[in-house]
Every structure is written in structure tokens, then in C-alpha cells.
Design a protein. Structure first.
Lengths: 287, 261
């Protein structure tokens, strides 16, 4: 509507138009909230059902091991490569900063805390959700549009128990291992660059690092890794399982699964970090 | 399963997804045991929804569905899973598991439901079923991506037969196939039915010409109701306007040479 048209309207008409726009605005917000709550509820139901079915006979050990191999073994190389360069880059940045205040001996512990508690689980989650999560959504989506999931149902095989539960369980089991690999290689990168490039004494670096790092820092990261694994596996399998349409639908499911997983990992990390800190405070382990 | 003359009985089955519009609007249908029944109708008349009700994948809003005399609308999910072992289904595009070869696909239902069966026996059963479906043994190790449309249908049929089902369901088995392959699939349906005495076959199709070649009984759906249920002769002689039009478009057109329509 042009400015002139708007000015030509009577007061009553303007008020009516305004009310209409106002209602439309809040209706769309309301519908958005309802849609979000419904989708979240369905996702939670799907995840709970998948885990419940994993605990029912027949146990799908063979599928679980196959998916562990797919999620874990086939991700190790990219995790190792990414973590090595993350460790190198992070150490360089921290060394540059600490050099100004003459605290280069603290590079090891700082990188260690950052990697073990934050970067390890978060980056592992992001990388594996893009690689394995995307593959899960695409595979289940393809099975949905080619009626393979319907075929399972008709054969009296629960598709969630056969296809979804093993993927979720395998991811939850493998993610802490991948996070540990990330932590180890990133710290190795930190050690190499600090000792061989920045001439920090090897013994003092190891001593400082072990002095500041506690085992629970590692457990915290591994726990986060498993939690992120659970989230992205549920999100991606849910998206794939509920694919509609043909090839375009598979593409959309994969895209939505990966994007939602990545955003969720970063959002969830903030809340989990704070919850863990509250837990530390309550148990007097806060450092 | 209990003794009754009907494999499947549907009584006043209604289904609405939104509470307003009925996709199935009072279906009354008895599918006799040991016969081939073809369910036909235009697209969007509720054939697929009806099929999902028969398989227990959807529950009706109201009405009764009995399979071999047992009411399935009151069954639990576990009971329905057990029931589905009495069904074999050939999907429109066969729906083979694309990560398994022909043998793997046919062995899958056996692995799931005959867990105590020795693997060698499973393998033998799978090979027998593939041979029954007319599959050449040299293609037994092929993946679905390496198979032709006809081969996939044969493997899909062999998989449907793996558990020795009482009821065989074919969902649009000839849609999208060339006339030679269509005839092959029709012959396969009839030969499979004849080979398995006492089994019931249900074919859902809109290919009327093919339907008449294989059917003992024909049921036509329209607007979520059974418009006509009878023998192919009843169908051809029907005075119902919609049936006459469907027959004129489907059967007579195919049977008559061009120019005589």
C-alpha cells in the first residue's frame, strides 16, 4: 500500500487494518510457538521410543557394531586431522597472548582446559554430526521414499528398533571415544608446537599441564560428547525417518538434520556447561 | 488362524484423518479365501488407505476388520506384528533393501522371524523361493541396483513368499511396466497363486485390463466406498454408470483395435 492510499483511508478503516495486521503478527508468532513445541515433543517421543526399543528383544548387536564402525572408525581420520590443526592454531594464539604477560608456561594448561572441556566435545560433535548424522538422515530418507521402511513394517519388523535404535546407541557409545581421540591429538599438536617451535621446556610444560588438569575435566568433555551424540543422532534419524517426497525430500531432510544438529550442539553446550558448573559447586569441586 | 470362508472381512469401515473428510466412507467387503481378488479404482479413491487398514498399519475411525475371523482393530502392536507374518506383500517398486543382494533380501524375513532356523536351511529356502518366482540362479548375488525391473519384481515376490504367508498382497504390481513385463508379472501372480493352494491373493491396481486377466473377484472403489464387488463377468455386465465408464476406458479400449473404439 502506498502512502497516499493509506492517507486516503478513514480512521475506522485504518484501525481495522492495524488490528488485522496486529492479529496476523501475533497469530503467526503463536502458530510458530505451537509448531516448535509440537515438533520438539515429537522429537523427544521419537528419541525416548528409540531408546526403549533398544532395550527390548531382539537385541540388535550386529547393527550396533556395524554403525559403531561407520560412525567411529570412519570418522577417526577427519577427527584426528581437525584436532591436530585445532591444537596447533589454538596453542599459537594462546602463546602469542601469554607471551605479552610473560606467562608462556601456562599455554599447556590453558589449551588443555579449553580442549578437554569445550573444543573437544563441541568440535567432535559438529564434525561427526555433519559426516555421520547427514549420512543417517540421507539413508533413512532414501529408505522412506523407496518404501523400504514400509516393507519392514509389513514384514512385522519394527523399523525404529531395526534402523533407528542401533544408530542412536552406536553414536552415544562412540562419541566419547572420538572426543578422547580429538583431545589426545589436539594436545599432541599443542605439545609439538610449544616444545619444538616456541622453545617451551618439555618437562615444565608437562608438569604444568598435569598440575592444572584434573581427570574430571576429561570426564566432563566425554560426557558432553556422548550427550551431543545422542542429540544429533536423534535429530538426524528423526528427520530421515519422517522424510516426505522424493529425492528433494531426502535432500531437505539431510540438510535440516545437519543444520538443526549443529545449532543444537552449540546451544546445548552453553546450558550443559552451566549445569555442570552448578554440579561442581554443589559437590564443592569447582575450580 | 481360525476357520472362516473369508480371508478378510471389512464391515462399515470409515477412516478420517482430519475428523471432517472421510477417505474410507463405509467400506463393506468380504475377500474370499483361496481366490485372487483385485481391488480397482481411480487414483485417490482410497485403495492404498484400505490396504494399510488390511495390513494393520492404520486403524479405522469406526468399523470392523477381521482377518481369518480375528478382529484386528482391537489388537495390540505386538499382536499386529505377529499377524503381519501371515502376510506377504509385493510393493509397486518391489521396495528391496538396496544394501542386500537377492538372497539377502529373501533371507531377511527368515532371519527376523525364524531365528532358530539354521543358516544353511534359510539359504536353501531363499534359493527355492527365488526359483519359484522365476529368478535365474546366476542373478542370486546381484544387488537391487544391478537388477532390471522384472528381476526386482521377482525378488520382491520371493521375499513376500519367504514366510509362507496365507495372504499375498500386490500393490500396483504392473504400474509403470511395459506390456511384456506386465504380462510376465500377471502370469507370475497367477502361477504363484496356483502353486500355493489355499492361499489368498489381493491385488490393488488401476490396470483394469491386467486385473481381468487374473481376477476371480473384482471390487471397485469409489469415493471411499465399494461400488461393486463380484466376478469379472458381473463387472462387465454392470449397469452402474461409473463402472461402465471405467470398463469402457480400461478393458474394451485395450481389447479393440484402434479405430473401433
Amino acid at each position: 500500500m502506498t502512502r497516499q492510499e493509506w492517507q486516503a483511508l478513514s480512521y475506522g478503516e485504518k484501525r481495522e487494518r492495524f488490528n488485522e495486521a496486529f492479529n496476523q503478527f501475533f497469530r503467526s508468532i503463536g502458530l510458530g510457538i505451537v509448531g516448535f513445541v509440537t515438533a520438539t515433543g515429537e522429537l523427544v517421543q521419537f528419541g525416548v521410543r528409540s531408546i526403549k526399543l533398544a532395550l527390548r528383544v531382539p537385541y540388535r548387536w550386529e547393527e550396533i557394531f556395524l554403525h559403531m564402525e561407520f560412525v567411529g572408525n570412519k570418522s577417526i581420520v577427519i577427527i584426528a586431522l581437525s584436532s591436530l590443526f585445532t591444537g596447533l592454531a589454538l596453542s599459537t594464539q594462546i602463546y602469542m597472548g601469554f607471551k605479552i604477560v610473560n606467562m608462556t608456561s601456562m599455554v599447556g594448561p590453558t589449551v588443555g582446559l579449553g580442549v578437554l572441556r569445550e573444543l573437544g566435545p563441541v568440535l567432535t560433535g559438529l564434525i561427526v554430526s555433519a559426516r555421520a548424522g547427514g549420512a543417517m538422515a540421507a539413508r533413512l530418507g532414501t529408505m522412506r521414499v523407496t518404501e523400504q521402511i514400509d516393507a519392514l513394517e509389513v514384514m512385522g519388523v519394527d523399523p525404529i528398533q531395526y534402523l533407528v535404535s542401533p544408530r542412536i546407541i552406536a553414536t552415544v557409545l562412540v562419541m566419547p571415544l572420538l572426543t578422547a581421540v580429538f583431545d589426545f591429538v589436539a594436545m599432541l599438536g599443542c605439545y609439538v608446537i610449544c616444545v619444538y617451535l616456541f622453545d617451551i621446556d618439555s618437562a615444565s610444560m608437562i608438569e604444568r599441564t598435569t598440575e592444572w588438569l584434573e581427570p574430571y575435566h576429561l570426564w566432563e568433555g566425554l560426557f558432553k560428547g556422548a550427550l551431543f551424540g545422542l542429540f544429533f543422532a536423534v535429530i538426524c534419524t528423526y528427520r530421515g525417518y519422517n522424510t516426505k517426497g522424493g529425492a528433494e525430500g531426502v535432500g531437505n531432510s539431510t540438510n535440516q538434520g545437519v543444520v538443526t544438529s549443529m545449532v543444537m550442539i552449540i546451544v546445548l553446550d552453553f546450558f550443559v556447561t552451566n549445569l555442570i558448573n552448578v554440579f561442581y559447586q554443589l559437590t564443592a569441586r569447582f575450580t | 488362524m481360525s476357520e472362516t470362508q473369508y480371508a478378510i472381512e471389512l464391515k462399515d469401515v470409515k477412516k478420517s484423518f482430519d475428523g471432517k473428510e472421510f477417505v474410507l466412507n463405509g467400506i463393506d467387503l468380504q475377500i474370499p479365501k483361496g481366490k485372487i481378488t483385485v481391488i480397482i479404482g481411480y487414483s485417490g479413491t482410497g485403495k492404498s488407505v484400505l490396504l494399510k487398514h488390511i495390513l494393520g498399519l492404520l486403524q479405522p475411525t469406526t468399523g470392523s476388520i477381521k482377518v481369518s475371523g480375528k478382529e484386528i482393530t482391537e489388537m495390540s502392536e505386538d499382536e499386529l506384528t505377529g499377524l503381519r507374518q501371515h502376510y506377504g506383500m509385493l510393493f509397486q517398486y518391489a521396495a528391496l533393501f538396496d544394501d542386500m543382494n537377492a538372497i539377502g533380501n529373501v533371507m531377511f524375513p527368515l532371519k527376523e522371524h525364524r531365528r532358530k532356523m539354521p543358516k544353511a536351511e534359510m539359504l536353501q529356502v531363499a534359493k527355492d523361493r527365488l526359483r519359484d518366482a522365476g529368478m535365474d540362479p546366476k542373478h542370486f548375488n546381484k544387488l537391487p541396483a544391478e537388477m532390471s525391473g522384472g528381476m526386482r519384481k521377482r525378488v520382491g515376490l520371493a521375499r513376500a513368499l519367504a514366510l509362507d504367508p496365507e495372504i499375498l498382497i500386490y500393490d500396483e504390481p504392473t504400474t509403470g511396466l511395459d506390456p511384456v513385463l506386465t504380462e510376465m508379472v500377471d502370469n507370475l501372480i497367477v502361477s504363484t497363486h496356483n502353486l500355493r493352494k489355499g492361499s489368498t491373493s489381493i491385488v490393488v491396481s488401476h490396470d483394469l485390463y491386467a486385473a481381468f486377466r487374473i481376477a476371480d473377484h473384482v471390487a471397485m472403489l469409489d469415493s471411499g466406498r465399494v461400488l461393486l464387488h463380484g466376478t469379472p463377468e458381473d463387472f462387465l455386465n454392470s449397469e452402474i454408470d461409473l463402472v461402465k465408464r471405467f470398463v469402457a476406458k480400461g478393458v474394451r479400449k485395450e481389447l479393440q483395435p484402434k479405430g473401433n473404439e
